[in-house]
Design a binder for this molecule. Structure first.
Ligand SMILES: [Zn+2]
Ligand SMILES: [Zn+2]
Length: 276
C-alpha cells in the first residue's frame, strides 16, 4: 500500500514542479465551461501543468479538439470509446481522420474493448477498435487504449493490426504482470491511475514496480476513479499527484523525479509537452 501524504497537503499548495495527467476528461456534463479554469488552476497549484484531454465519441472529439486548441497546456486524444462503438457509422472514420490531422490531436482514442459493461455489442467494439488502429497508423499517431475484462482479445487485436508501428498507452492500467510484459513487448506505455492506491490493487502495484522507467505514465481518468485519500469523490487532474506519489514510493524514487520522467515519457511517445 502507499502511505498517503494528502492530509499534510490538504490545500494542494504548490509543492512540485511538473506532472502531466496523461488521461483525463475535461468535457462533458460533469464539467460546465466556467468550472474548467478553476479546475485547471487547482491542478497547476498542485504541480500539474499538462493534460491529455480524452474524447469518447465523434461529437465529443470535435469539442475536445476545439477546447484543446485554445489551451497550450492541453493536448487532445480523439476517438470513439468502446462504450460508444455502436454509434460508429461509415462517416465516422473519415470525420475522425480529418480531426486527427490537427497537430493539437496527439492520440487516437480512447478505443479498445470493455467486456465488463458491454454497453456496445462486442462485435461492434472489435470492429471499431480495429478501424481506429488502422486510422492511427494512417495519421501516424499513438493509441489511447481502454481495456476491461478483455485482456487476450485486446492484445491479439493490437498485434493483428500492427499497432506496434504507432505504439500507445494502456490507460488506467488494471491488468497483471503478464499483461504488462506483453503490452510492453508491443511497444506500449503503461499509465497508472488512482486504482494504484486502492487496497486490493496488489497485482497492479506489482506491474507498476516492474515496468521500465521509460514506459510509465500517470493519469487521473478524471472525473472517475479518485485516488485515496479522495476515493469516492469526483476526481480531478490535481489528484494525479497522489497517484504519482504512490508510484514513486513503489519504485523508490522522489515524486519530482517521477514527474520529470513521466513528462519526458509522454513527450517521447507523442511529441508533445505542455507550454506553461
Ligand atoms: Zn477508459
Ligand atoms: Zn477515460
Amino acid at each position: 500500500m502507499c502511505a498517503s501524504r494528502g492530509v499534510r497537503r490538504a490545500n494542494m499548495e504548490l509543492e512540485y514542479n511538473m506532472f502531466v495527467d496523461a488521461h483525463c476528461h475535461l468535457l462533458g456534463s460533469h464539467l460546465e465551461e466556467q468550472k474548467l479554469r478553476p479546475l485547471l488552476d487547482r491542478a497547476r497549484r498542485a504541480g500539474v501543468s499538462g493534460f491529455v484531454s480524452v474524447a469518447t465519441d465523434l461529437e465529443n472529439s470535435r469539442k475536445t479538439l476545439a477546447q484543446a486548441q485554445t489551451m497550450p497546456e492541453v493536448c487532445a486524444s480523439l476517438g470513439v470509446h468502446p462504450h460508444e462503438a455502436s454509434t460508429w457509422t461509415p462517416d465516422t472514420g473519415p470525420a475522425l481522420e480529418s480531426l486527427l490531422r490537427d497537430p493539437t490531436a496527439r492520440f487516437v482514442g480512447e478505443t479498445g474493448l470493455d467486456w465488463h459493461y458491454d454497453f456496445s455489442p462486442r462485435k461492434d467494439q472489435e470492429t471499431v477498435f480495429r478501424e481506429q488502429i488502422r486510422l492511427a497508423r494512417r495519421v501516424r499517431k499513438p493509441l489511447m487504449i481502454h481495456t476491461r475484462e478483455a485482456p487476450e482479445a485486446t492484445l491479439r487485436i493490437l498485434q493483428e493490426e500492427g499497432a506496434s508501428e504507432v505504439r500507445g498507452i494502456i490507460h488506467c492500467f488494471s491488468e497483471d504482470l503478464s499483461f504488462a510484459r506483453r503490452a510492453l513487448d508491443l511497444g506500449f506505455y503503461l499509465s497508472f491511475s488512482g486504482i494504484l492506491t486502492f487496497k486490493n490493487a496488489q497485482a497492479i502495484r506489482e506491474a507498476a514496480t516492474f515496468a521500465p522507467a521509460d514506459r510509465i505514465l500517470v493519469e487521473t481518468d478524471a472525473p472517475y476513479l479518485a485516488p485515496v485519500p479522495h476515493r469516492g469523490k469526483t476526481n480531478e487532474p490535481a489528484f494525479v499527484v497522489f497517484v504519482a506519489e504512490c508510484l514513486a514510493q513503489l519504485r523508490g524514487i522522489h515524486p519530482e523525479t517521477l514527474g520529470d520522467l513521466t513528462t519526458q515519457n509522454l513527450e517521447e511517445l507523442c511529441g508533445w509537452a505542455p507550454s506553461y
